[in-house]
Design a protein around this ligand. Structure first.
Ligand code: FAD
Ligand code: GLY
Length: 343
């Protein structure tokens, strides 16, 4: 018997399980594959509420989560002993058309062409100016996932990997148990954190939006800022890896990289940062973002009194993880509904 069963071992399930455990709950995570191998593994790891142009209360949500990051990472590093590749490197959002430049030159974070090149050498010549977003940054999402798994184990959270939930069994307004590949699992409460696959368990309007990605290696490590262009983004890691993303494809769970997808990313990335043309390609991959209507996560209470929802984080689940974990935990442990939960 466990107090809380978390379905899904991605960044959202892991972060929430850790926050709940730190408030004294006995938590089990059920993951059908290996924890952290879904969208959490595929992401670029940008912490970019401003570059992603979030608006209104979703922007507030993102800014609060970005603010939580330094302390959240320190606590995870203490618990796990692992580095997470958290880097407040800032983001340059380049502008390519004169029309955009005229509009954005009124923006408080606008810098002109020569200031852009001073901020980051080697930018493409077609850049007319940019927004400089010093507080946006990045984390190495794959390292972060490892730290979360290690921290969860250190807190004695039970992790059931290779166990698929087939059905959330319900009786009127309560979940009674989970039907899984390992038999029936029962708990007082349940958290649904199944990302793009949520619809197979509950009739929620979540759909997968595929993103193709690739990485190259930069032996010189001259790129020191994330570049967030209109058609691609370029994310330098501290070890010289440069992550380039991403396509946005509404094609269900179609597997694999395509020539067109990778060609599009590379052509755009080379126009923005020409040195990429000579860098060796090290990896290609893809993943499925959990898209929810209006790109707003589905968080909090459900139609079932002991089932809490934490899904639909779409393009910003790495950014939103600390605040999601906090809000869901406050709701379960204290019954507090953060105003942020009603977007
Ligand atoms: P996931 O990481 O997908 O985890 C869900 C887990 O649930 C999976 O491990 C899955 O196996 C498990 N599961 C599903 N169904 C079942 C079941 N029936 N039984 C048991 N287990 C189940 N976000 C950012 O903040 N910054 C970025 O730069 C960024 N870049 C991205 C780039 C790409 C290409 C993609 C695809 C996403 C990107 N994102 C980014 C978005 C971010 O990755 C997601 O929003 C986030 O990972 C969602 O986390 P999650 O835990 O909900 O989902
Ligand atoms: N946030 C970047 C992406 O989803 O591709």
């Amino acid at each position: 018997m466990t107090d809380i069963l978390v379905i899904g071992g991605g960044i959202i399930g892991l972060s929430t399980a850790i926050a709940l455990s730190q408030r004294g709950a006995k938590v089990t995570i059920v993951e059908r594959d290996i924890c952290g191998k879904g969208a959490t593994w595929a992401a670029a790891g940008m912490l970019a509420p401003e570059a992603e142009c979030l608006e209104g209360s979703l922007l507030e949500f993102g800014l609060r989560s970005r603010e939580m990051y330094p302390q959240w990472i320190s606590s995870l590093m203490r618990l796990s002993g692992l580095d997470c590749g958290y880097w407040c490197c800032g983001i340059i959002a380049p502008i390519f058309s004169e029309r955009d430049r005229l509009v954005l030159s009124q923006h408080p974070k606008y810098i002109d062409k020569s200031q852009s090149h001073q901020r980051q050498s080697g930018l493409g010549d077609s850049i007319l100016g940019s927004l400089w977003l010093p507080e946006d940054g990045q984390v190495s999402n794959r390292k972060l996932a490892q730290a979360l798994i290690t921290a969860a184990r250190a807190l004695s959270i039970k992790i059931l990997e290779g166990v698929t939930v087939y059905e959330i069994a319900r009786d009127r307004d309560r979940v009674t148990h989970l039907e899984t590949s390992a038999g029936k699992l029962q708990s007082d409460r349940y958290v649904l954190a199944t990302g793009a696959w949520t619809r197979s368990l509950l009739a929620l309007p979540i759909k997968p939006i595929k993103g193709q990605m690739l990485s190259v290696f930069d032996g010189d490590r001259k790129l020191q800022k994330v570049i967030y262009a209109p058609n691609c983004y370029i994310v330098p890691r501290q070890d010289g890896t440069i992550v380039i993303g991403a396509t946005v494809e509404d094609k269900g769970f179609a597997q694999g990289n395509t020539g067109a997808g990778i060609a599009q990313l590379l052509n755009n990335a080379i126009a923005v940062y020409p040195a990429i043309a000579d860098m060796p390609i090290t990896e290609t991959w893809w993943g499925f973002r959990p898209h929810a209507p209006n790109e707003i996560p589905i968080l909090g209470v459900s139609d079932y009194e002991n089932l809490i929802l934490a899904t639909g984080h779409y393009r910003n689940g790495i950014l939103f993880a600390p605040i999601t974990a906090k809000c869901v935990t406050d709701l379960i442990v204290d019954g507090i509904v953060d105003p942020m939960l009603s977007f």
